[in-house]
Write a protein that binds this ligand. Structure first.
Ligand code: NAD
Ligand code: TYD
Length: 384
């Protein structure tokens, strides 16, 4: 059966030069199921945006890159009019919790105002559509499980009806953006969908986040910083599984609905770091830094550090038939192997600006080894 003609219109992706966005763009253009349409990537290239992630598709006939800020309404209006997308998949955001603590302004600007401006542009564009183009249009907002707040050890995992309770400037601004997206469906009928996903990991992950930071530090023999007692729990999902879920929601999800995405892979940070060390010991047995666990340092905790996240993805599994393909152990090994195979990408990313961030975030955290001692003794740190 041939596709209806409006379905061949492009998909606009925002933030496609970042970690998850670039994985999504690569998979889309390299032929993941149901993706035979062109794609326009709109990204303003902040420190987190990297066109090197997209080298493989730079010359792809179905790919176009537009450098634009989602806060720029005139640019958005013009590019929607020019490309006439059948959908917008919205990844663009400031995404790092530690940065949101040290400088929340950019988070309010991009995550709240940027999403608002994009919604307004999408609404104006959608209002000009008619017939099947209008009926088929979708706005998919990519969000996080962090909007739900922090779980206790025995609490049930977050489901789509869990009340919002964001604790960091990052999660608060993502929550605000989710509320706006929801309101545009209820008030204006804009066919929006929201996904709330757990922590991702995989290729092209910027090494300010835990997993790539630990891999890149371990390769260089640098300290491996674990915040607090290391017993905070995250629910890890391989980025390819997240992208597959997003494609499914885009095609089969119901407007106005939220879908939680997660792979039921809860791990403490300590376990994650130790597992990476073990994989590196095995893959790099000749390294002078073996055993890599000797590099672990327990450092001063993140303020307001959420204790545990866990996602219940039953709705996505039951209604849309999604299943994660990677376990934590297969996904993590793949990820470490990718970093080992891509030293040029790492060298390029670890530029001057990145080094400055590492100094800003980690200098002064190592409080005389007391955190290390307490974590070793299995005690919780006493906040200062
Ligand atoms: P990222 O920080 O790696 O990439 C963000 C991208 O957005 C970058 O390419 C950046 O240049 C671009 N961008 C930022 N501000 C922009 C603006 N004003 N205009 C245009 N482009 C802009 O983020 P990521 O980890 O790939 O996350 C993507 C999305 O997924 C975010 O919305 C995030 O909240 C969400 N999410 C992330 C995770 C995770 O574990 N990383 C988990 C769940 C949800
Ligand atoms: P991160 O990758 O920043 O994701 P998020 O804060 O969005 O969950 O951090 C994952 C976990 O790892 C979180 O509990 C904080 C912790 N962490 C460390 O222990 N050390 C670090 O150097 C970093 C960056 C994070």
């Amino acid at each position: 059966m041939t596709e209806p003609s409006w379905k061949r219109f492009p998909v606009v992706v925002t933030g496609g030069a970042g970690f998850i966005g670039s994985n999504f763009v690569l998979e889309w253009l390299e032929g993941a199921p149901g993706t035979a349409q062109p794609l326009v990537n709109v990204d303003c290239l902040t420190y987190a945006g990297n066109l090197k992630n997209l080298e493989r598709v730079r010359a792809h006939p179905g790919y176009k890159f537009v450098r634009a800020d989602i806060c720029d309404r005139a640019r958005l209006d013009a590019l929607l009019e020019e490309h006439r997308p059948r959908a917008i998949v919205h990844f663009a955001a400031e995404s790092h919790v530690d940065r949101s603590i040290l400088g929340p302004d950019a988070f309010v600007e991009t995550n709240v105002r940027g999403t608002f401006v994009l919604l307004e542009a999408a609404r104006a564009y959608w209002n000009r559509l008619a017939g099947p183009e209008r009926a088929g249009f979708r706005f998919l907002h990519v969000s996080t499980d962090e909007v739900y707040g922090s779980l206790g050890a025995d609490d049930p995992a977050f489901c789509e009806t869990t009340p919002y309770s964001p604790n960091s400037p990052y999660s608060a601004t993502k929550a605000a953006s989710d509320h706006l997206v929801r309101a545009y469906f209820h008030t204006y009928g804009l066919p929006t969908m929201i996904t709330n996903c757990s922590n991702n990991y995989g290729p092209y992950h910027f090494p300010e986040k835990l997993i790539p930071l630990i891999i890149t530090h371990a390769l260089e023999g640098k300290p491996l910083p674990i915040y607090g007692d290391g017993m905070n729990v995250r629910d890890w999902l391989y980025v390819g599984d997240h992208c597959a879920a997003l494609r499914l929601v885009l095609e089969k999800g119901r407007p106005g609905e939220t879908y939680n995405i997660g792979g039921r892979n809860e791990r403490s940070n300590r376990e994650v770091v130790e597992t990476i060390c073990e994989i590196l010991d095995e893959l790099r047995p000749g390294s002078p830094h073996c055993p890599h666990k000797q590099l672990i340092r327990f450092v001063k905790d993140r303020p307001g550090h959420d204790r545990r996240y866990a996602i219940d993805a039953t709705k996505l599994e039951r209604e849309l038939g999604w299943r994660a393909l990677e376990t934590f152990s297969t996904g993590l090994r793949k990820t470490v192997e990718w970093y080992l195979a891509n030293p040029e990408w790492i060298a390029d990313v670890l530029s001057g600006a990145y080094r400055k961030w590492i100094e800003q975030n980690y200098d002064g955290r190592d409080d005389d080894g007391r955190a290390t001692e307490q974590a070793r003794a299995g005690q919780h740190r006493v906040e200062e």
